[in-house]
Design a binder for this molecule. Sequence first.
Ligand SMILES: [Zn+2]
Length: 203
Amino acid sequence: MTITCPHCHAENEYKTLDHINIDRNPELRAKVQDLSCFRVTCPNCGETMLAVYPCLYHDISNQFMVWLWPEEEQPPRAQFDPLAGYTLRIVDSLNSFREKINILERGLDDRTVEIMKLLLFAQLNRDLDVVELLFHELDEQTMDFRFVAVLSDGAEQYAAMPGAVYQRLQEDVKNYLYTPGGDFTRIDMAWAKDALELLHELG
Ligand SMILES: [Zn+2]
C-alpha cells in the first residue's frame, strides 16, 4: 500500500495487515486496541502516522468478525451461513473498529450498547459538546458500563451507565429487534436511533 507522508510528502510502500486472525496471532490484540498495528513510520522524515485501510478481524473463539472498511465504495458482499451463529459487523473508522472488537469479545450485544450510547449521548449533550462517544470498559466489580466522550475541544470525559440499563434494554432488543446474519451489518448510533424509534412505536 502506498501512503503519502503528511509531513514531508514522500510516497512510500508499506506492508499492511488486511486480515487478522486473533486466535492465531493473539499478540495482535493489544496492538489493535492501542492502534499500534496501524501506525507506520515514514523512512524519509521519521514521523509516524496512522494508516487506515480495509482490515478484517476474525475472532474464532468468540465467533465474530469485524470488518474495517474505510473506503467510499461499497464492500464486496459476503455470504456466510447465517446459522453458523457468527456476528458480522462492518465499521468505517479505527476508533469504531477497536470499540466494536472490545464490545464483542466480552460477549456483549453491540446493538444494546449502541442504544445505551445514544441515550447517554443525549444526556451528556445537555451540558457538553460531544463529537464522539465510545464504549470503554465494563467494570467487573460494579457492572457499570464505562464510556469515553470526545468533546469538540479534543478533551475526553468518562461517563458511566449502570449494568441494569443494559439488562433492561437487552430484553427489548432480544424480543423485538431482529438483525439478519449472513452478511456484514453496520450497527452504530444511527442504527440505534432507528431501533429506538421502532421500540417506542411497539412500546
Ligand atoms: Zn515523511
